[in-house]
Design a binder for this molecule. Structure first.
Ligand code: ATP
Ligand code: MG
Length: 446
């Protein structure tokens, strides 16, 4: 993309309505525009990152055999009356009437609808196990929408639902989700710690929340510092293997890590004092096993091997896709702007032309732009007729991990400059070498 033709409405002033850094930076970098409290338009740069996050979520879900579908945002009230949640959900649910005076709602989550899809189509244990998921907009009329996309009213969530014949099979699905989530967050450049949590309105005894540590997080968390040394890395897991998935669960959940809802001071104090940590965290996902809560209420049964009709065992699993943008920025920025992890960056590299209009500089930039694209990369070329300082400030603000700076002086010696956004280190090299270097970096990431 050439910046002169892109739509990147960066702000010079720091917006006063934003109280935390990720919200400020998303507004300043022209990623979002608030339409109403907690409701945003996703401008091109923000939308690009949002799509990238969705792509990672899809890849990791499908790696584990989970099947994508798409349910609507609007749901009929009847389904929620069956489960008993139509009244229980309270003021957070946006209720709507259509022209026939039928009660509808904008889905805050989808347990009821997916259970309805299941009961109308599946009748035998032979069709299990089954995990269906979608990435869809949700609406929750939060009392206090704030922190930009972190606590919106309309927000994008991946929600998945497993259907299994019994508790053991459903707990395998639970463990499998935990593994997929670890991998998903690491690909996004995040450390998200699974913590024992509370079931809330979804219900259930088995539940973990995934938290990214950040001072601006809304949850208070307590953990054993050893947990932050754990990395999932690029291990290959057989998702059908009960033992392999359980081993990962045990590795990542055996140390003390809890939110304030489940915190147990006595247990916490058994950890050696130097390893006890109290911090704040951002909830970026949650997994639940809730057994037959919805299947019993809604008559979702299957015939088991003995020919009896039994309610199916279920769990649900959510990732806050739009909240993740804020969480990533909270975890990765400096006073100049965002620092995107390579796995989620909107553009792979920026090209800064220090002397737009200089024939040699223009030609070198065009060459770099084409060469990067030929390698399957997506560069952003700042071809505007602007001062170098303004170009650098924009690149630093929008946070692309790599920048190639091209100017007449370097070109006389046959070199351009490759700069890391994270470390600020610059290296001079031939343009072709810079392209190779960037291609090599992303080969390990894409
Ligand atoms: P919270 O406790 O933050 O209100 P929740 O526990 O009610 O969230 P879940 O039902 O577990 O949310 O939804 C799955 C994920 O969706 C959460 O882990 C979070 O990342 C995201 N999410 C929930 N509410 C919001 C919101 N208002 N804005 C943005 N993301 C949200
Ligand atoms: Mg939750």
């Amino acid at each position: 993309m050439r910046l002169s033709r892109y739509f990147l409405p960066v702000l010079k002033e720091t917006p006063s309505e934003a109280s935390i850094v990720s919200h400020r930076l998303m507004l300043r970098a022209g990623m979002i525009k608030q339409e109403q409290a907690g409701i945003y338009s996703w401008l091109p740069l923000g939308f690009k990152v949002l799509q990238r996050l969705q792509q990672i979520v899809h890849e990791e879900q499908q790696r584990a055999g989970h099947i994508p579908l798409l349910m609507p945002t609007l749901q009929p009230a009847e389904l929620w009356k069956e489960s008993g949640r139509y009244d229980a959900y309270g003021a957070e649910m946006l209720r709507i009437k259509d022209r026939h005076d039928r009660d509808m709602l904008y889905g805050p989550t989808n347990e009821e609808m997916i259970t309805d899809i299941f009961r109308q189509n599946i009748a035998s244990y032979r069709d299990l196990p089954l995990t269906l998921y979608h990435i869809q907009w949700k609406f929750r009329d939060e009392i206090r929408p704030r922190f930009g996309v972190m606590r919106g009213r309309e927000f994008l969530m991946k929600d998945g639902y497993n259907f299994d014949i019994d508790m053991d099979a459903a707990l395998h699905a639970y463990n499998r989700h935990l593994v997929t989530y670890l991998r998903t967050y690491e690909r996004m450049g995040l450390q998200a710690i699974p913590m024992r949590a509370d079931g809330g309105p979804i219900g259930g005894d088995y539940t973990h929340e995934f938290l990214v540590l950040a001072d601006t997080g809304e949850s208070e968390v307590f953990y054993d510092s050893e947990i932050t040394d754990l990395k999932f890395g690029d291990r290959e897991i057989d998702f059908d293997s009960v033992d392999e998935c359980r081993a990962v669960l045990e590795e990542f959940t055996s140390r003390y890590a809890r939110t304030d809802e489940t915190h147990d001071e006595a247990l916490f104090n058994e950890i050696p004092e130097e390893r006890r940590r109290t911090a704040r965290g951002i909830e970026v996902g949650q997994i639940f096993y809730f057994g037959t809560k919805y299947s019993e209420a809604m008559g979702a049964t299957v015939q088991n091997a003995a020919g009896e009709n039994v309610p199916v065992h279920m769990g649900s699993h959510g990732i806050g896709v739009s909240r993740l943008l804020g969480a990533i920025i909270e975890a990765s920025h400096d006073d100049k702007g965002i620092i995107w992890p390579e796995g989620v960056t909107p553009f792979h590299a920026g090209i800064v032309n220090l002397r737009q209009g200089d024939a040699e500089a223009d030609a070198a930039c065009e060459g770099l732009y084409k060469a990067l694209r030929a390698k399957g990369l997506d560069p952003l070329y700042d071809d505007r007729d602007e001062r170098a300082g303004a170009k650098f400030a924009t690149m630093d603000l929008i946070g692309l991990p790599w920048r190639i700076t091209v100017g007449p002086r370097g070109l006389k010696n046959g070199v351009v400059e490759l700069t890391s956004r994270k470390t600020g280190e610059s290296t001079e090299m031939a343009p072709e070498a810079a392209v190779e270097e960037i291609a090599k970096i992303y080969a390990g990431v894409l």
